[in-house]
Design a protein around this ligand. Structure first.
Ligand SMILES: Nc1ncnc2c1ncn2[C@@H]1O[C@H](COP(=O)(O)OP(=O)(O)O)[C@@H](O)[C@H]1O
Ligand SMILES: Nc1ccn([C@@H]2O[C@H](COP(=O)(O)O)[C@@H](O)[C@H]2O)c(=O)n1
Length: 209
């Protein structure tokens, strides 16, 4: 590994827990300069060859929905300070878009996603593991609003998916990974004390490189 290896921070937690909000708040504090965010969602398996009816049947909360091999390959390139072509995910089409974004390595890489602590190969790459822990009632309310506004869903479809898939998969696969976290942040984005502590830690790491 190179001496100036980037620091990798994992931010896990259930859907709607506030992972993206925590990550974005931290990123803004550092004015984007030294932090690169790698969203596990962008590494859902490519489904462009499947018809839409089939894409709608996919279980997006199961570990097998993700192409972690590609995510790991990209993280290893970033660790070597090489640029990567990051996929772009389209939640409305339920697949990767045909675009990729070329991203340059940065000193701090935040890997964010529901199931990043489920794969030991991913965890092995992380220097710090954070779990955003938010009650289920709050998570579903946030997800309802977000999915209808931003992900092209209906009220009925969000409730149906949550009841049949998101909730059982959360209990089976996501909640148990909380035990791997170094830090558990209750309530996510509004927890300014936790965000301040994390930002201070990152600042210390960056200034001692
Ligand atoms: N503390 C909060 N208070 C109110 N809304 C929030 C809070 N944290 C997140 N949200 C909103 O809830 C939704 C889900 O949050 P997000 O950060 O995307 O969660 P995740 O990435 O864990 O799915 C978003 O629309 C976000 O703006
Ligand atoms: N085509 C897709 C892909 C993913 N989802 C849901 O997204 C959730 C993970 O994203 P968060 O930002 O909420 O952490 C996950 O629970 C999937 O159910 C989807 O609905 N459709």
């Amino acid at each position: 590994m190179p001496e100036n290896r980037p620091i990798i921070i994992g931010v896990a937690g259930g859907s709607g827990s506030g992972k993206t909000s925590v990550t974005n708040t931290i990123k803004e504090r550092f004015k984007d300069q030294s932090i690169l965010v790698m969203e596990q969602d962008f590494y859902y398996k490519d489904q462009s060859t499947l018809p839409m009816e089939q894409r709608l049947q996919t279980n997006y909360d199961h570990p097998l929905a993700f192409d972690n091999d590609l995510l790991i390959e990209h993280l290893k390139e970033l660790i070597l300070r090489n640029p990567i072509n990051k996929p772009v995910y389209d939640y409305k089409m339920h697949t990767r878009s045909d675009k990729v974004i070329k991203v340059e390595p940065k000193d701090v890489i935040i890997v964010e996603g529901i199931l990043i602590f489920e794969d030991p190969r991913l965890m092995d790459l992380m220097d710090m593991k954070i779990f955003v822990d938010t009650d289920a009632d709050i998570r579903i309310m946030r997800r309802l609003v977000r999915d209808i506004k931003e992900r092209g869903r209906t009220l009925d479809s969000v409730i149906d998916q949550y009841t049949k898939v998101v909730r059982p998969m959360h209990l089976q696969f996501i909640e148990p990974t909380k035990r791997y976290a170094d830090i558990i942040i209750p309530e996510g984005g509004q927890n300014l004390v936790a965000i301040d502590l994390l930002a201070t830690k990152i600042d210390t790491i960056l200034n001692h490189k």
